[in-house]
Design a protein around this ligand. Structure first.
Ligand SMILES: C[S@@+](CC[C@H](N)C(=O)[O-])C[C@H]1O[C@@H](n2cnc3c(N)ncnc32)[C@H](O)[C@@H]1O
Length: 252
């Protein structure tokens, strides 16, 4: 069995119980040292065979899977594997090679970054949508044209920008295509790691503030009015005037 396990955003206690159990039972682990802190490996047995995928190709990784046909293999991905996890090509390999596999979800860096800034990302009347996206990078051919940051910025929804911290100027320019300059933004570096940093800023100041962090990887940029330090309007769900399946309205 090959288990694609979400390691969570970095803190070793932000992996799921199921993910921790898979690590503890693993005979072989393939993990990305560039994104997953070594502390996560403490959940594994000391005699587990460990491969660092940082310098491996897909063929190297599937070569490990081939060489361990009867083993319990864990492929440890940062955050949740469904977001920029590059698991689909591995799932396709498992199907083509008739290998049993499972996906164990993880806590995405999106959730860890929201926790770090202590804001809900979906505030009634402000934003009810979160766009997870990135700048087109070196692999820009894989980015559908209609999905540019500028195109999404026009909606002014809450946005979480992954994989883009190395290009603060381009990011700011694309955001300004839709968000007013004073729109709040937060730069979250290594969310949940011991050296987590949060820089609160605006779209107008993002270029300077993001460059000043000197962080290029493991950075998530959150943007949108939901980040403004303002009291939110009450939700309908917990309003005494609002009836639903589990509670009748208490006031006229
Ligand atoms: C290859 S993607 C993987 C995303 C991951 N699957 C997830 O759910 O968070 C790597 C990018 O995720 C973001 N990221 C991952 N871990 C992070 C963390 N602890 N703090 C901030 N950003 C993080 C960064 O934008 C980084 O460039």
């Amino acid at each position: 069995m090959i288990s694609f396990v979400g390691a969570g955003p970095g803190a070793p206690d932000l992996i799921t119980l199921r993910g921790r159990d898979r690590l503890a039972a693993a005979d072989v682990i393939v993990w990305a040292s560039s994104l997953v802190p070594e502390a996560l490996l403490r959940h594994a047995r000391p005699d587990t065979e460990v491969h660092d995928s940082a310098a491996m190709t897909l063929e190297d990784v599937t070569g490990v899977y081939e060489a361990n046909a009867d083993a319990r293999v864990v492929r440890l991905h940062s955050g949740d594997p469904s977001v920029y996890g590059a698991i689909q090509e591995q799932i396709d390999w498992c199907i083509a090679n008739d290998r049993d596999f499972e996906v164990v979800p993880g806590v995405s860096s999106l959730a860890a970054a929201a926790a770090a800034v202590q804001r809900e990302l979906t505030i009634p009347t402000v934003s009810q949508s979160v766009v997870l996206t990135r700048l087109a990078g070196r692999t820009k051919a894989s980015m559908p044209e209609r999905e540019s940051v500028a195109a999404f910025a026009a909606h002014r929804a809450t946005m979480a920008v992954f994989l883009s911290a190395a290009r603060p100027g381009d990011l700011q320019d694309e955001l300004l295509a839709g968000y007013p300059p004073e729109t709040p933004a937060a730069i979250v570096v290594r969310a949940s790691w011991p050296d987590e940093r949060v820089v609160r800023t605006t779209v107008a100041e993002l270029r300077v503030d993001l460059a000043a962090t000197k962080a290029r990887t493991t950075v998530l940029v959150l943007v949108g009015d939901a980040l403004a330090d303002l009291p939110a309007e009450r939700s309908h769900l917990y309003s005494p005037n609002y009836s639903h399946k589990f509670r009748k309205a208490r006031m006229a």
